[in-house]
Design a binder for this molecule. Sequence first.
Ligand code: DP6
Length: 362
Amino acid sequence: MAAESCKDWVLTVTAQTPTNIAVIKYWGKRDEDLILPINDSISVTLDPHHLCTTTSVAVSPAFTHDRMWLNGKEVSLSGGRYQNCLRELRSRAGDVEGEEKGIKITKKDWEKLHFHIVSYNNFPTAAGLASSAAGLACLVFSLAKLMNVKDDHSRLSAIARQGSGSACRSLYGGFVKWIMGKEQNGSDSIAVQLADEKHWDDLVIIIAVVSSRQKETSSTSGMRETVETSMLIEHRAKEVVPKRIIQMEEAIKNRDFPAFARLTCADSNQFHAVCLDTLPPIFYMNDTSHRIISCVEKWNRFEGTPQVAYTFDAGPNAVLISHNRKAAALLLQRLLFHFPPNSDADLNSYVIGDKTILQDAG
Ligand code: DP6
């Protein structure tokens, strides 16, 4: 049965994708349309039970246009980023045969068919917890499954990248590197897995949710302003990050927590320093974030060797990485002592997770 000859069928796929947190940050693009970065970055993928996006995609000849609902509200799909991802996926789509009713969709049919997409984040959206990373990775992954796109995760990462840069790293679990690439068309700007989720499985990640409000300056516009106005960003991208990437890869390979923690904290601090060096300056962290940094720095100094690493994305929430469960339990105790829930510290919850792999719930 050709796709257009009967309109009473719907094919669906559901997938779940965790978010990722960069330990060496991506900040700044050399191409805004293709989303090509000015430096490599490295991230750790989180446990999907705590911070993940679940997306269901459906296709039916009865659908007259593409529609999407995010956390229950309809959102527009007219933006260039969605359209770029959809165009790339349509061009790679394969033939699909449904299990029932003899449904057969040919490669050509995908040009005319439309999608309904329902996506849900189990954590605050656009609050600096990399919601776009999980969201776009999940969208691309589930549509690729639905459309029988045969590309491997690396090729899919290059498609997700065009939805949101950091999304390319969520296609893998464990530790992931986004290689900035050299080609103008972005073909070599892809994510690769450095180590899988079992490689360093005693690490525990605690996210201290300082605020779940949406950030005032989006990552996209923030990094554009930094590239245009900061005197420090070129030094960071060309001199500092390339060396840190090599050292971080080494630290991950050797499970060297002191080196890992030192690099992670230094890179977070430098990222926020270039934000401050932007005109007008961008403040993603708040007083509570600064107090958390002081607390961790003091503790690490007291112990003589780092017990915990901190990193902050484009928001005030702290991502704290401890080197084992014992250190995580102590960290949580200290956090609860210094920032009791519902105190005026504005720190409203803690999320605890391990690293994980991409899950196909379809
Ligand atoms: C601070 O990937 O959200 O989290 O590519 O414009 O969508 P766009 O930006 P986005 O930026 C993430 C910035 C960051 C650092 C990182 O994840 O590497």
